[in-house]
Design a protein around this ligand. Structure first.
Ligand code: NDP
Length: 253
C-alpha cells in the first residue's frame, strides 16, 4: 500500500476533525510520510495544529493547509486554481465535509439548516468534484472518495433532509462512476453508520447531553475505523474499484 500511495497529492475536505482528520493521519502513516496532503476545512487553527503534528511525526511529508468552505461555490474553483505548484496536480479527492442536524421534521427545519446541509453535503461535494475532475481527465488518472452514509440507504423519521442529501451523494457517485467507465479515474463511496466524532455535537448545536444520548449503550465506530476503509480503497491496485462500502457497528445491523 505504501508504494501505491507514494508521492500522491491528496485533498481532504473537512480535515479539521473526525473522519477527515483521521484519514489525513492514516494516509500519512500508511505512506510513511511520503505523501502530499492538502488539508481544508473552515477552522484554520485546527488544520494548522494537525499539520504541525504530522510534520513532526513524518519528516518527509508535505502539507498545504488552507481554509475552504465547500458550501460557498465561489471559493472552490479559485482555491483549486490557486494551489501552490507542488500541490496543484491532485491525485486523490476525499469529499468528506458534511453537516447534519438532530432530528428535525419537515416544515420545522430552518432555512439556514436546510440550505447548510444541501449546500455542504450535496452541492459542496459536486462543486469540488467539478473543480478537480478536469485535472484527473487531463492525465486520465485519479481517485474520488465520497462520504455517503447509512442514512443515504435507510431513511429514518426526522432525518428527511440529511437522508435526502446522502441519497443524492449515492446517486451522484454511482452515476459519475458509470460516466467515467473505461477511464482510469476511480469513483468510490464509503457509507458509515454511527461513528463517534464531533458530528453529533454539531447535529445538536453543541448540546453535549443530546449528543451523548445518541450513542448511549452502544459501541459506535471510531473515525479511525472509517479512515482505514478510505485508505484501503485508494491503495488498491489501479484496476480495482472499491465502489461502495457500507460499514456500521454491529448493533446497527
Ligand atoms: P465532524 O463534525 O467531526 O467533521 C465534519 C467535518 O466537515 C469538519 O472537519 C468540518 O470542519 C467540515 N465541514 C463542515 N461543514 C463544512 C463546510 N461548509 N466547508 C468545509 N468543511 C466543512 O464529523 P464526521 O467526521 O463524523 O463527518 C465526516 C463525514 O462523514 C460527513 O460527510 C458525514 O456526513 C459523514 N458521516 C458521519 C457519520 C457519523 O456518525 N459521524 C455517519 C455517516 C456519515 P469545519 O467545521 O472546520 O469546517
Amino acid at each position: 500500500a505504501a508504494e501505491r500511495l507514494a508521492d500522491k497529492i491528496i485533498l481532504i475536505t473537512g480535515a479539521s476533525s473526525g473522519i477527515g482528520e483521521a484519514t489525513a493521519r492514516e494516509f500519512a502513516s500508511v505512506a510513511n510520510g511520503k505523501i502530499r496532503l492538502i488539508l481544508t476545512a473552515r477552522r484554520e487553527e485546527r488544520l494548522k495544529k494537525l499539520s504541525d503534528q504530522l510534520k513532526i511525526q513524518f519528516p518527509l511529508i508535505k502539507i498545504h493547509s488552507a481554509p475552504l468552505d465547500v458550501s460557498v461555490k465561489t471559493q472552490i474553483k479559485p482555491f483549486i486554481a490557486g494551489l501552490p505548484s507542488e500541490f496543484a496536480d491532485i491525485d486523490v479527492l476525499i469529499n468528506n465535509a458534511g453537516k447534519a442536524l438532530g432530528r428535525s421534521n419537515v416544515g420545522e427545519i430552518s432555512d439556514d439548516d436546510l440550505d447548510g446541509m444541501m449546500q455542504t453535503n450535496v452541492l459542496g461535494l459536486i462543486n469540488m468534484t467539478q473543480a478537480v475532475l478536469p485535472i484527473f481527465k487531463k492525465k486520465n488518472s485519479g481517485d474520488i472518495v465520497n462520504l455517503g452514509s447509512i442514512a443515504g440507504k435507510d431513511a429514518y423519521p426526522g432525518g428527511a433532509i440529511y437522508c435526502a442529501s446522502k441519497a443524492a451523494v449515492n446517486f451522484f457517485t454511482t452515476s459519475l462512476r458509470k460516466e467515467l467507465i473505461n477511464t482510469r479515474i476511480r469513483v468510490m463511496e464509503v457509507q458509515p453508520g454511527a461513528v463517534l466524532t464531533e458530528f453529533s455535537l454539531v447535529r445538536f448545536h453543541g448540546d453535549q447531553d443530546a449528543s451523548d444520548a445518541v450513542y448511549k449503550g452502544t459501541e459506535p465506530l471510531t473515525a479511525q475505523d472509517i479512515a482505514e476503509i478510505i485508505v484501503f480503497g485508494v491503495s488498491r491496485r489501479q484496476n480495482t474499484v472499491v465502489a461502495e462500502t457500507l460499514v456500521f457497528p454491529s448493533h446497527q445491523a
